[in-house]
Each structure stands twice: as C-alpha cells, then as structure tokens.
Ligand binder design. Structure first.
Ligand SMILES: [Zn+2]
Length: 349
C-alpha cells in the first residue's frame, strides 16, 4: 500500500499503478478487507472481480480510511451515501494465511496531523470551550469551522460553518452542520472505533495463545537447550583443566587463572538459562502484554455526551464535507496499526 503513495509521488499514473499491482499479485482492497475481516460499506463492491483498476487506485490515494480514518455520515440527503463506517466482526479476525502489509501511510497521516495542530493553535484560548473546537475543519478549504448559533422562537440551535466562507462569501461554501448532530456522530464513530480496537485486542490475545505462544515457546526452548550445552562444555573444560593440573601438565597459577575464567562463563550461562526458563514459564502461563492506550478508548466510549477532554485525548480531527459527511480521525492510530501488524504476524506464523 505504501508503494501506491510512493509511485504516485514518483509520477506514475493511476492506471500504471493498477497494472503494477496486478502484475505483482497484490491483494486488491476487496480481497484485503475480506482478509482482515473488515466489513465496509463501499462502492468497491461494484467491482466484484477484485482486480486493481485505476479508479480503485485513485480512491486509495484520496480516501483517508487508509490512513486511519473512520467515516460517519448523517442522513441529510436521501440520495447521499448515508452511513459509512467501519466495524470488525470478532469472529473474523483470526483465519489468515496470506500475509499482507496493513494499510498505513504515516507520512500522510503526519501531514494531516501537522495541519490540525496549526488549527488548534489558531483557536484562541478562550474559544476552546466547545467539544470540537480546534479539531473541526472544512473538508474543502481545510480552514477551521466556526461555531455559531441560530435562535428560532427562543430555541438556540448551534451549528458549525466554514470560517473562511463566513469571512468571504465568495470563498469555499457553508459546510453548515448542526453542532449537536456532529457531536453525536463523532461519539458514534468513537464507539465503533473502540469496538474495533477491543476486537483486535481480543483476537490478538487469542492468536498469541494459540500460535504466537507455541512458536515463542519453541524458540525459547531451543535457546535454553543451547545454553545448557554451553554449560556442559565449560564444565568439561574445567574438569580436564583440573586433571591437567593434577598430572603436573600446567602450573598452579595458570590452573587458577583458567579456572576463574571458566567459573565466570559458567555463572553467566547459568544466569541466562534461568532467565530463559522463567520466560518459558511466563509464556506457557499465558501472560500477555497489556496495552494501556486501549483503556483510554474503553473509558471514553462509555460516556453519553462528547466531552472536550475525550476529544483532546482521542480525536485528531473532524473533517466536514459539504452535504453533511464527516470524517473522524482518531489519535493513537499507530498503536492500533501495531496491534494489527502483531495480529497479522501471529496469524501468519
Ligand atoms: Zn471551507
């Protein structure tokens, strides 16, 4: 997947990229999604042959889902793609033999992050009282969305509008979206993303127990046996050294100095062997690494309303497109991608 971006930057056309991918036998998005068990409402389904086409390549280059974006639409226009989201059915996470790199492009991701940081800085300290202040941006001009309120018959309706358009009506377009709807959608996206994260965590723990662990124990046992051989060898040397000394072949000083060096080697090897034994025991007992960052998602996905703190910790950006479509980018995506990689390696081992 990284190659697609690389080739594009090198100036290869989308058609050219599609041809290269087909030649190299790379899984197309449809097959990839089937592979990772990701169900995703997408027009990719139209192309049931699952072969790379230039239009598919172009979508990848422009679709932020490939750098860790969850999409969440709202029902504004009946003919619009109404809801788009990613979710990962638990039972589908382990079953893969064909290894395939996860789709990550951190440089693109970082670029977006940089833009978002600028935005956050642009927000005046007093203005950041609303949950999405500093992270909500216009999908077309990239400028900050600003919060305004309409009052109809005494009822206040807060909404977001493209700040640049508001300043100059000839620039961009309104991108008008209800603040409440928007916050609700972000919260929903957060719940979906959290359940995906938790599913991967669960699947990984499972994969580790059945495959990774067996493999790990096998490797550690081999190392332990090698260490034990080493210890035996040093003991033999030390014994023959003593015999040579007793038979008068070597002097006492030499004997003592050689013996001291073997003693050290044996002690070191015994320490290493003990450590390996402990590691094997731990792995057999099923202790797995805990991922603290997952608890952040776990904690916040329970909240009923979208808090500023939740956004600050977990949301990198909310992009608003004309027509009410939203893209939500979550923080800690690299950690999530690492989990996916670990899962892939565990499953493929
Ligand atoms: Zn705009």
């Amino acid at each position: 997947m990284r190659d697609i971006y690389k080739w594009k930057i090198e100036g290869v056309s989308c058609q050219g990229i599609a041809e290269r991918l087909n030649q190299n036998g790379i899984l197309s998005p449809m097959e990839y999604k089937r592979f990772i068990g990701l169900r995703y409402n997408t027009s990719f389904k139209v192309n049931t042959t699952a072969v790379w086409q230039s239009v598919t390549v172009k979508r990848i280059l422009t679709n932020a889902v490939y750098i860790g974006v969850l999409e969440q639409g709202k029902r504004e226009k009946p003919n619009y793609k109404v809801r788009k989201h990613v979710y990962l059915p638990k039972e589908k996470w382990i079953c893969k033999e064909n290894a395939h790199d996860p789709i990550i492009d951190s440089s693109v991701y970082d670029t977006v992050q940089g833009l978002l940081k600028q935005d956050t800085r642009a927000v005046k300290s007093g203005a950041s009282v609303f949950p999405l202040s500093g992270v909500i941006i216009c999908g077309d001009c990239g400028g900050a969305m600003i919060r305004k309120t309409n009052t109809v018959k005494g009822v206040r309706y807060p909404y977001y509008i493209c700040g640049k358009h508001r300043a100059d009506k000839n620039f961009c377009s309104t991108h008008n979206i209800s603040a409440n709807e928007c916050e609700k959608a972000v919260l929903t996206a957060l719940r979906l993303h959290t359940s995906a994260v938790l599913d991967v965590e669960k699947a990984l723990a499972c994969a580790e127990s059945i495959v990774y662990r067996q493999d790990g124990v096998r490797k550690l046992t081999a190392r332990l046996e090698a260490k034990q051989d080493e210890i035996r060898r040093y003991n033999d040397f030390r014994l023959s050294l003593y015999e040579s000394y007793r038979e008068g072949v070597i002097q006492k000083e030499d004997f003592l100095s050689f013996k001291a060096s073997y003693d050290i080697k044996i002690t070191d090897a015994e320490t290493a062997a003990l450590q390996l034994k402990n590691d094997i025991e731990k792995m057999t007992a099923g202790e797995t690494e805990s991922h603290d960052w997952i608890n952040k998602f776990r904690a916040y996905s329970e909240s009923a309303t979208l808090e500023r703190k939740t956004v600050a910790e977990l949301v990198d950006g909310v992009i608003v497109y004309e027509g009410g479509r939203l893209e939500v980018m979550f923080r800690l995506y690299n950690e999530f991608a690492r989990l996916l990689t670990a899962l892939k390696e565990g499953g493929a081992a």
